[in-house]
Design a binder for this molecule. Structure first.
Ligand code: SF4
Ligand code: SF4
Length: 245
């Protein structure tokens, strides 16, 4: 026991200080930053043609589609933008829900604690791993009042990962209906936002918001755990006031 205590004292506290401090480079790796065209380099047709998910448009990058594959880096892009955290708008759907960044948080009246029901509607498991890692000691979401629950009836948040398969449409609707109001839905990862690399595949839906209303989108493939934490904190109005770098 004393050996264990000694090792713990020598290591110090390993839990992230985020959101009280910006995420460390390991918590927000280079690929967690949004790809942006280098100012001096116009967006080339090669970059547009080389993007495997058609995320590059003449006016920038559709963050909901981007899978951070880095193919555009050779064409004048770099991962230099801010860490791509949660957003309330799907870039390709300007008529979608208005941005809540800096505005009212849908679950603010719940105070300082929320319960999350995680549904995988067809992920490769990477989004699952990143989401669940917020419960591990390094991120320790419980210190922030964020808990996972196994029942939608006990949940405040429906957090969805993966590209929706037809078989999961009805279970996802039922899970949404079972959550008591007030509730919020977070689409996590490129697949949940608009199908990711599977967009357009027969038998799959192009995004969770074709099935249930989505309050927040968390871009990435997969998004880093700090982005998931940021989304959940935004729902209760406890996000960082300054964007992490
Ligand atoms: S990182 Fe990959 S997916 Fe994202 S814009 Fe560049 S080429 Fe497209
Ligand atoms: S967004 Fe990427 S990491 Fe997440 S389920 Fe889809 S393919 Fe996997």
């Amino acid at each position: 026991m004393f050996g264990w205590l000694g090792r713990s004292a020598a290591r110090g506290i390993l839990t992230t200080r985020y959101p009280d401090a910006p995420p460390t480079p390991s918590e927000a790796p280079v690929s967690a930053h949004a790809p942006e065209p280098r100012p001096a380099v116009p967006i080339s047709p090669n970059a547009v043609a080389g993007c495997p998910v058609r995320a590059i448009a003449p006016d920038g990058v559709d963050q909901g589609r981007c899978i951070r594959c880095a193919r555009c880096l050779a064409q004048g892009f770099e991962f230099s933008g801010p860490v791509a955290l949660a957003t309330a708008k799907r870039p390709d759907r300007p008529e979608g829900p208005g941005a809540i960044l800096g505005g009212a948080a849908p679950l603010a009246r719940l105070g300082r604690s929320i319960h999350v029901f995680l549904v995988d509607v067809g992920s490769c498991n990477a989004c699952n791993l990143e989401v669940l890692s917020i419960a591990h000691p390094q991120y320790d979401a419980s210190r922030l009042g964020i808990f996972f629950t196994n029942s939608p009836r006990h949940a405040d948040v429906l957090l969805v990962v993966g590209v929706p398969t037809e078989a999961m449409v009805e279970p996802l609707r039922r899970a949404y209906d079972a959550i008591p109001a007030p509730k919020a839905v977070v689409a996590t990862g490129a697949c949940a936002i608009r199908g990711g690399v599977f967009e357009g595949t027969p038998g799959l839906r192009s995004g969770v918001d074709e099935i249930v209303p989505v309050d927040l989108y968390v871009p990435g493939c997969p998004p880093p755990p700090v982005a998931v934490l940021d989304a959940l904190l935004r729902l209760i109005g406890r996000e960082r006031t300054e964007a992490p770098t």
